[in-house]
Design a protein around this ligand. Structure first.
Ligand SMILES: Cc1cc2nc3c(=O)[nH]c(=O)nc-3n(C[C@H](O)[C@H](O)[C@H](O)COP(=O)(O)OP(=O)(O)OC[C@H]3O[C@@H](n4cnc5c(N)ncnc54)[C@H](O)[C@@H]3O)c2cc1C
Length: 382
């Protein structure tokens, strides 16, 4: 069922939870093969999830950031690999086009990001430029009535099923005191001449969420490819990541919720020393800590989402939410696996998959160290 605009936020999230309940039979095979099934992405398009944060006049549901966070939590609780793909497509790529795109760019590109034909990608990272994103080396050069891009982007989520990539490249050269100078955001269709993919990265987890290198070799795009101002790309990347961090916080929360629910259910039925293990204080305290971490993380994420919806500054709060929720997900998955004992270590119970998937949340869209830098900077600027 496609949620209708105007439904309450909880109803929208519940519609996604109902849909996600049918997904688990698909997960094992997709994680083994290493990519998200096309029909699952199509379903998300039909459900309206991919355009949830896109205004109604652009064909989306026009839902709030609070809804977005609740829905991503549902997706992550069911399947973390799917949640990160949606977070990048909708939160960062579609979100940036909504915010910075011209009327023509919105009309051309938003439909393909929300109809379920693929998932958009965000290409900032390079081999020598990760946390220090302003040091990127990809170049964009004016050529006739278009642009020519060169560079190699690294670890790009969704690139393999992306109709378009928002890619960051430098126009001109960086000045010493303005390292981000010249960085420009370009909308690059993946079928443009000179665009190709490297092999899929072999990762620790999130196996169904493909990450690949994106190679730009004299890639040609039109004059209308530039998103926002020439040289304004670094601000666009940071703004996209601010919103994206709420999505990664929600992904972490979904993971933590899924394993806590499973640990409670397992602890009720697993008996040792003649009684269910939930009767042992060590297990009860572990569950209590997990639930407290989970609620604290959710409140931080919803606060950041609410601030954003209210039109207020939310950069610091998004970083706090991402930092706390991603690190809470490490603690909670560790404890949940402990509750399962040896069974938690076995693939069958899936706890080990959630625990491995959770690890990436402290790294992508800014490591925990980068979040602490953002938070500290905002405190010291005040
Ligand atoms: C699964 C996955 C998917 C990804 N998807 C995307 C994507 O779609 N698009 C994209 O552009 N990128 C993507 N990335 C890249 C990701 O954003 C980067 O890996 C991340 O920003 C860190 O950069 P790095 O790996 O180069 O680490 P580095 O920046 O080299 O950092 C290494 C270590 O040094 C620390 N460090 C760095 N600078 C400082 C400092 N000043 N103070 C203290 N500590 C510091 C870091 O916190 C980290 O612990 C993805 C990564 C992964 C793992």
């Amino acid at each position: 069922m496609r949620p209708e605009a105007g439904q309450t936020e909880r109803e929208l999230a519940e519609a996604v939870r109902d849909w996600a309940a049918g997904v688990p039979p698909r997960i094992h095979e997709a994680e083994r093969r290493g990519w998200l099934p096309a029909d699952v992405i199509e379903d998300l398009g039909k459900l309206g999830v991919l355009g949830m944060n896109v205004p109604e006049e652009d064909g989306g549901l026009g839902a709030s950031t609070v809804v977005f966070a609740l829905v991503l939590e549902e997706l992550a609780a069911a399947w973390p690999s799917l949640a990160v793909g949606v977070s990048v497509n909708s939160g960062i790529v579609a979100g940036s086009i909504v915010r910075y795109g011209t009327g023509e760019q919105r009309a051309r590109w938003l439909p393909v990001l929300i109809d379920g034909s693929g998932l958009g990608a965000f290409a900032l990272t390079e081999v020598s430029s990760g946390s220090d994103a302003a040091s990127l080396r990809a170049t964009a050069r004016r050529d006739g009535d278009g642009w020519v891009l060169n560079g190699r982007k690294q670890f790009i989520t969704n690139a393999r099923y992306a109709p378009l990539v928002s890619a960051f490249a430098r126009v001109g050269t960086a000045e010493k005191d303005r390292p981000h100078g010249g960085i420009t955001a370009c909308i690059v269709p993946t079928d443009a001449p000179g665009v190709s993919l490297g092999p899929s990265d072999e990762k620790m987890a999130l196996h169904a969420s493909d990450t690949s290198a994106l190679v730009l070799e004299d890639a040609r795009v039109g004059a209308d490819a530039v998103l926002g101002e020439i040289g304004g790309g670094f601000g666009i990347a940071l703004a996209g990541l601010d919103g994206g961090r709420i999505g990664i916080a929600a992904q972490s929360i979904g993971i933590a919720r899924a394993v806590t629910e499973r640990a409670i259910a397992y602890g009720r039925v697993r008996e040792q020393f003649g009684r269910p293990i939930v009767e042992f204080e060590a297990i009860r305290f572990s569950l209590a800590r997990a639930r407290t971490d989970l609620d604290a993380a959710r409140l931080l994420a919803l606060r950041a989402a609410w601030l954003r919806d209210s039109g207020r500054a939310f950069t610091r709060e998004a970083s706090m939410a991402k930092l706390f929720a991603s690190e809470a997900a490490q603690r909670v998955t560790y404890q949940a696996l402990q509750v399962f004992g040896g069974y938690g270590y076995m693939r069958e119970y899936e706890i080990e998959r959630y625990a491995r998937d959770a690890r990436a949340t402290t790294i992508y869209e800014g490591t925990s160290e980068v979040q602490r830098m953002v938070i500290a900077r905002s405190l010291l600027a005040a």
